[in-house]
Write a protein that binds this ligand. Structure first.
Ligand SMILES: C[S@@+](CC[C@H](N)C(=O)[O-])C[C@H]1O[C@@H](n2cnc3c(N)ncnc32)[C@H](O)[C@@H]1O
Length: 319
């Protein structure tokens, strides 16, 4: 809407070539004016919340065309109806609909799957992978490791290559991520040691498997406190008592200016992942107090990038 308002204002101010001056402003009229009109309707209880729907756009297009190009010219002297104005409104309606459809269909991790590795390289280079791998040697050399939200699997591929005696169960709610990961595991010749589970971890019950370790890298930050509690509870019940839990994630460092920097990065991250991808968390929740309540104790911690990221090893108290 703001882009349309700006374009409309530029057109009104005469900042576009005079040949298509009038039609330019007409194109942006509907995308700029419809959202506030519908917002008012929403406040008055005349419509359900949500982006403009196709029938609303078409109804307003018809209504405004009739009002400005047929009725107005009849009753207001000096105003002339122009079919090209209607064509310009219709073009605006199409532009608006394309944009509002895009907003109505949220982006998911499935959509991100093909771009995920590229996005990571471009935004963070090798930083996240260094953080994931920091404590890899604390994992057992044989047995069964549970990996939560493996995503595109940079960590898992490395783990299976380095530890031929390990099997993994990979649980992810994105079919797109899992499909691509399955293909990469096949290519690497390690698929026979991997079980891929398509499930929401907060609903998933691990059955009677008892895992020798768990890995959740850049995953716990997806959850709000109630869901995080469910995940910690599920994991605690699924592991052998001496099993380590490796967690690489974003964090808030102590020193003031590093904290402000981290807050700014988290703000951008959650603006994208909460508002656009729809993860439940609105902000970062430190899982440490929950882990401690469930009997976990921090064994090792590595900090990266001025405390923006950390890589932890946790183990249960009895162990
Ligand atoms: C931010 S990505 C991190 C992926 C990977 N661990 C990494 O280090 O890059 C989060 C992953 O968790 C998955 N995920 C998010 N919420 C989930 C849930 N409730 N249950 C299972 N997987 C989930 C997403 O599909 C995605 O693959």
């Amino acid at each position: 809407m703001w882009v349309a308002c700006l374009a409309y204002a530029l057109g009104r101010a005469g900042w576009v070539p005079s040949a298509w001056h009038g039609h330019f402003t007409d194109v942006w009229l509907l995308p700029a004016a419809l959202p506030p009109v519908l917002w008012l309707h929403e406040r008055l209880g005349w419509r359900r919340p949500g982006p403009p729907r196709t029938r609303e756009v078409l109804a307003h297009l018809a209504g405004w065309s009739l009002l400005f190009e047929v009725i107005g010219p009849r009753f207001v002297s000096g105003v002339v109806g122009d079919p090209w104005d209607v064509a310009a409104y219709a073009l605006g309606a199409l532009v608006g609909l394309a944009w509002w459809r895009l907003l109505a269909a949220p982006i998911t991790f499935d959509h991100l799957a093909p771009l995920y590795l590229w996005l990571e390289y471009v935004l963070a280079g090798n930083l996240l992978q260094r953080c994931r791998l920091h404590h890899i040697t604390t994992l057992p050399t044989t047995g069964h490791v549970l990996v939560l939200g493996p995503g595109r699997g940079r960590f898992v591929l490395r783990l299976l290559r380095e530890r031929p005696g390990l099997r993994v169960t990979l649980v992810d709610s994105s079919a797109g991520m899992l499909d691509r990961l399955r293909r990469d595991l096949q290519r690497a010749g390690v698929i026979d040691r991997a079980r891929l589970v398509h499930a929401d971890v907060t609903e998933w019950r691990p059955g009677r498997d008892t895992y020798d370790a768990v890995v959740s890298h850049f995953f716990l930050d997806c959850f709000d406190p109630p869901r995080l509690e469910r995940v910690v509870h599920m994991v605690t019940g699924a592991l052998r008592p001496d099993a380590p839990w490796l967690i690489a994630d974003f964090t808030l460092p102590q020193p003031a200016w590093q904290r402000w920097r981290a807050r700014a990065v988290h703000g951008l991250m959650y603006a994208f992942f909460h508002r656009i991808v729809g993860i439940p968390a609105r902000r970062l929740t430190d899982p440490s107090p929950l882990l401690e309540q469930s009997g976990w104790r921090l064994q090792r911690r590595g900090a990266f990038n001025l405390g923006l990221l950390q890589s932890d090893v946790w183990q249960r108290e009895a162990a």
